[in-house]
Design a protein around this ligand. Sequence first.
Ligand code: UDP
Length: 426
Amino acid sequence: MKISMVSEHASPLAALGGVDAGGQNVHVAALSAALARRGHDVTVYTRRDAEDLPGRVRISPRLEVVHVQAGPTAPVPKDELLPFMGELANGLAHDWARRPPDLVHGHFWMSGVAALDAARRKPGGSVHLPVVQTFHALGTVKRRHQGLADTSPVERQWLEPSVGQGADRIIATCSDEVFELKAMGIPPEKISIAPCGVDLDLFTGSGRADKRNRTHRILSVGRLVPRKGVEVVIRALPLLRDAGFGDVELLIVGGGGDATATESDAEGRRLLAIAAELGVREHVIFRGQLPREAMPEIFRSADAVACTPWYEPFGIVPLEAMACGVPVVASAVGGLRDTVVDGSTGLHVPPLDPRATAAALARLLSDKGLREELGRAGQQRARARYSWDRVAAETEKAYLQTVTANATARRLGAAGQVHAVEGAVL
Ligand code: UDP
């Protein structure tokens, strides 16, 4: 199958850990590569956000990234990209006219807007170009949790549901998202589930581990934005100290540059001020943004990985921790409820709850046997369920369902027309 992925802000080639570069980039890159390994020809379209980016980058014989001119050739926050989606659609339609895909897969609502716009122009004389959509995050959920701090453009309120209505199929990444999609009015028969995966060749339990400076290390990995809940873990540190775990460091990986840049950006400064106020400043270490290849040894160095977001559409970090055999303390929200099994591969805590987070961490830090048991079970679960090859197979199933349903609808439509003509003649 010729598959076009559209990922407006999240390039598979971008560095990870910045405000707008994280799970979606990993998802699009790894899913595309796995689909290419299954014999599909995959082209990923993303916005050209730097002058020196070539128009087309071939990653492997069946996988290519195309940088489309859409707005300034400079970084633009994702929530400010909507005005450029028409230009992105022009670029897509132009390329599809010469290289028509069999199916388009939009990632994030804005890509869905551009993908549907371009597909409806019937590039290359296509009768109907099927569009599958993965939202990655939903505006309804974001607004519920972030309220006025949500910087999404106001148009998201009606454009996102209309992408849901217009797409031929929606792929949700977790069961919680299915519930949200149904609440948005998406018919359940149009929804498939395919989770995110983890690179099981890279994230393994054996190999080098980063050196820690204290007896215990807790790890937090991700984009440095408030909703990821790093503050909750910092607030858990004095409680841990009171519970007898004083020699603990919290290593924070992610942010908009190296450790110094991260410490001085607004969120880094805010977190450090909280740590200083609570008397745990010297227990908090920022490592800055790290490349993927550096991540496994970081995971292996931790006693526990804390994923305590306010909400989480999916969350690849817990899977990476599990694949490395490290137990996860996870907010019981969104995708984390599917991936982290409470009491088996990690411990669930309510979101925004430093006390519960400290209690869960104390349980793990005090019991090496429990850590090892949960780590082993996490590894098994990641291997059994979350390889990208398996995710690609599930995604392919959703694609085939979409293409078949389209062909059937066209046949029935054509038969209906013949019928109508025959009726007219008679
Ligand atoms: N990541 C990374 N380097 C960093 C920070 C994060 O490689 O410095 C990766 C992390 O390992 C994970 C992804 O970025 O693969 C974050 O994905 P997740 O789904 O957990 O969060 P999202 O960014 O989607 O909110």
